[in-house]
Design a protein around this ligand. Structure first.
Ligand code: ADP
Ligand code: MG
Length: 405
């Protein structure tokens, strides 16, 4: 079986001159008052877009934005890519023509007269209900005006939709852009022969979302560090009082079983030994617990100082670190110390030749809020997609451009 980047063409494998390149991007940016409020995702696409333009390709950019219901008037008002077209025009210094109906003949007509300083941006693909259904009739229209298909939307690659799965199946010339190339080559290193000691730092809210990642990493990592809301489920599984902290009751037996398996394999699992707790999330009292126990009426919102030192000791010695999930409610500065301390302790590792990779939407936001994002080996742009990749699953948007054996 081919894995990683095997059997996948990347941008430089194509002759793009005068070709119509269908570029599936992740332009699912946050909007505020019909303006792009954060252009990180647009900027992440620029190397691929610029390369295609330098090579003389005719560009058709495509993306979804948000979760439209039916493509009706309300959706078109709320989830239009119009603000993205405007922003891209400014950044790229060219004319970005927004195509209202990607499922019509309009793109073909526009492409025949396309000038050098113009590119097409298809309106939100999810306005057409066929996109999410991976309807072959929609894929066929998209294919009818495209010569080369390039997927550079890592964050959408775990979905089998028309633009990520059906369309590439119909195309002879297909591959990935620079963004996905980097994602796959970096994330693959966490699965194939990562350097030891290898530590996975897990936090955030939902144990259930991350169980399969834990399963797939269990034989690869040397230790797990568990913080954030996730840790209360693990503490409670050992009979430790966690007060009114978030616990996933139906995952207690998984947590218990996982700790046994780790012990049997001689692996380490580090859990918090103290916490920052509050009796009310809305301006309640805040204090530090003496130990791992949390009293009734109090909820854990961050890891405590003793825990920070313990986690930092372990991280200092690591050569490979995968981090997913904040250590506390970092969005509130009062509860952000634990999360930022993790970012600080893994930041130097990359320069020392180690590998530091952060996955997950909120974790990426936390890394960026810490001001240390540029020190990491890689911060994945795909929340769900990076987790599915690390679960060892095949991503439809990547498999659809891979050469078959
Ligand atoms: P990611 O998006 O990186 O995968 P998650 O979505 O799993 O991460 O978790 C992020 C959220 O977890 C953050 O919004 C943070 O506020 C929340 N969180 C972390 N620790 C706690 C806690 N102790 N109690 C409640 N929420 C928490
Ligand atoms: Mg999240």
């Amino acid at each position: 079986m081919l894995t990683g980047l095997q059997g996948i063409k990347t941008l430089k494998d194509f002759d793009l001159k005068d070709k119509v390149v269908f570029l599936r991007l992740d332009l699912n940016v946050p909007l505020k008052d019909s303006q792009v409020s954060d252009d990180t995702r647009i900027n992440a696409c620029l190397p691929t877009i610029n390369y295609c333009r330098e090579q003389g390709a005719k560009l058709v950019l495509a993306s979804h934005l948000g979760r439209p219901k039916d493509g009706g008037a309300e959706d078109r008002q709320k989830y239009s890519l119009e603000p993205v077209a405007k922003k891209m025009g400014e950044i790229l210094q060219c004319e970005v023509l927004l195509v209202e109906d990607p499922g019509s003949d309009a793109p073909k007509a526009l492409l025949s007269g396309l000038k050098r300083n113009q590119i097409l941006l298809l309106e939100n693909l999810r306005f057409d209900p066929r996109e999410k259904k991976n309807d072959s009739s929609f894929s066929a229209v998209l294919a009818s005006y495209s010569d080369v298909y390039i997927n550079d939307a890592f964050g959408s690659s775990h979905r089998a939709h028309s633009s990520t799965a059906g369309l590439p199946e119909l195309m002879k010339e297909k591959g990935i852009g620079f963004l996905i190339e980097k994602e796959v080559s970096m994330l693959s290193q966490l699965l194939s022969s990562p350097e030891s000691p290898y530590t996975a730092v897990l936090g955030g809210v939902k144990v259930s979302d991350k169980i399969d990642v834990i399963e797939n990493l269990i034989d690869r990592v040397d230790s797990f560090i568990i913080g954030g809301a996730m840790s209360y489920t693990f503490l409670k599984a050992q009979g430790i009082a966690v007060g009114s902290s978030l616990v996933e009751t139906d995952k207690l037996s998984f947590a218990r079983e996982m700790m046994k398996r780790l012990e049997a394999r001689d692996k380490t699992i580090l859990l918090p030994v103290d916490h920052i707790v509050t009796n009310n999330l809305n301006k309640g009292e805040v204090h530090i617990t003496d130990d791992e126990k949390i009293e009734e009426g109090w909820m854990g919102v961050d890891i405590g100082p003793k825990t920070i030192s313990r986690f930092q000791e372990a991280l200092k010695l690591s050569r490979t670190v995968f981090w997913n999930g904040p250590m506390g409610i970092f969005e509130n500065p009062e509860f952000s110390k634990g999360t930022f301390a993790i970012a600080e302790s893994i930041a130097p590792l990359h320069n020392e030749g180690g590998l530091t990779i952060i996955g997950g939407g909120d974790s990426a936001a936390a890394a960026s809020a810490s001001g240390l994002a540029s020190k990491m080996s890689h911060i994945s742009t795909g929340g769900g997609a990076s987790l599915e990749f690390l679960q060892g699953k095949n991503l439809p948007g990547i498999e659809s451009v891979r050469r078959r054996r």
